[in-house]
Write a protein that binds this ligand. Structure first.
Ligand SMILES: CC(C)(COP(=O)(O)OP(=O)(O)OC[C@H]1O[C@@H](n2cnc3c(N)ncnc32)[C@H](O)[C@@H]1OP(=O)(O)O)[C@@H](O)C(=O)NCCC(=O)NCCS
Length: 244
């Protein structure tokens, strides 16, 4: 593919993904996230040619002008779109697939503990919301979505949506995933919740038999379904934040 065709491909991919973009010229002139990717292509070539210092210097020049810090050793796929650019950090051993979208403040970083491959692998078609932190040698499966502000510390299966700190799955293959077992909650309150649930079970046993609800979390799920129905009616007026 010629250089011109590649640039055109990048510009078109931004036009497809950002409703705020109006023309290729506007994208070319006003999207520092794209400039950062283009500068990385050159610094990565220098890195592979073992001109390591020049590669690092160029990536620092790129960081100065775009606010995006991509290590020249990182491997980036085609049509990566970094919207709003500022504050994105991509570590040396990170691998990013094709058609990935990320917003400002995303970090593909190490945990500070490992050597060798210590940054995430992000597969094709992944969407990463603003200020999400993906840490360590983890893999984010194809077409998954990472919520804004999430901290992802373990692998994410393909076609899933993860949110929270630390991140947990809320959708998988289009199906809502509800946490019904306190062992699945990985936050500072986990131990307290597990102890509480064990205590409740013990008390139920003492009272003689556990009353079984028809379906766990049925009321909560019904409330959510009603809310989503209302939201679907308003869809044409409400944006989920993408493309702002
Ligand atoms: C993660 C995301 C893609 C999910 O969108 P979605 O598929 O429409 O999911 P929903 O809105 O149905 O949310 C599912 C659940 O996750 C929760 N959730 C969604 N995003 C979350 C987030 N970033 N952090 C924590 N919880 C979140 C919702 O509250 C909901 O929980 P509930 O059903 O218990 O109330 C979206 O919320 C998001 O974070 N987009 C990022 C947008 C962005 O970065 N914009 C920047 C523009 S400059």
């Amino acid at each position: 593919m010629s250089l011109y065709a590649r640039i055109r491909d990048d510009l078109n991919s931004v036009l497809e993904r950002d409703p705020a973009a109006r023309s290729r010229l506007e994208v070319f002139l006003c999207y520092p996230g794209l400039w950062a990717v283009w500068i990385h292509r050159i610094s990565h070539a220098l890195w592979r040619a073992k001109l390591r210092l020049f590669a690092r210097l160029l990536s620092q020049v790129g960081r100065f002008f775009t606010g995006v810090d991509i290590h020249p050793g990182a491997t980036l796929g085609r049509r990566l779109f970094i919207d709003h650019a500022t504050g994105v950090v991509i570590g040396e051993t990170a691998i990013v697939g094709n058609d990935v979208t990320m917003y400002q403040g995303v970090t593909l970083g190490g945990t500070g503990k490992g050597h060798g491959k210590r940054h995430p692998t992000v597969c094709d078609g992944v969407f990463i919301g603003n200020n999400a932190n993906l840490l360590g040698n983890i893999t984010i499966g194809e077409n998954s979505r990472v919520g804004a502000g999430s901290v992802v510390l373990s692998d994410v299966p393909p076609d899933s949506t993860v949110v929270g700190v630390p991140a947990h799955i809320v959708y998988r293959n289009g199906e809502r995933v509800l946490i019904t077992d306190p062992h699945d909650i990985k936050d500072p309150l986990s131990d307290a919740l597990i102890a509480l649930s064990a205590r409740v079970e013990e008390m139920e046993k003492q009272l003689g038999g556990k009353p079984q609800p028809a379906e766990p979390f049925a009321t909560e799920e019904a409330e959510r379904a009603a809310y989503r129905k209302r939201l679907a009616r308003m869809r044409e007026y409400v944006s989920m934040g993408e493309g702002i």
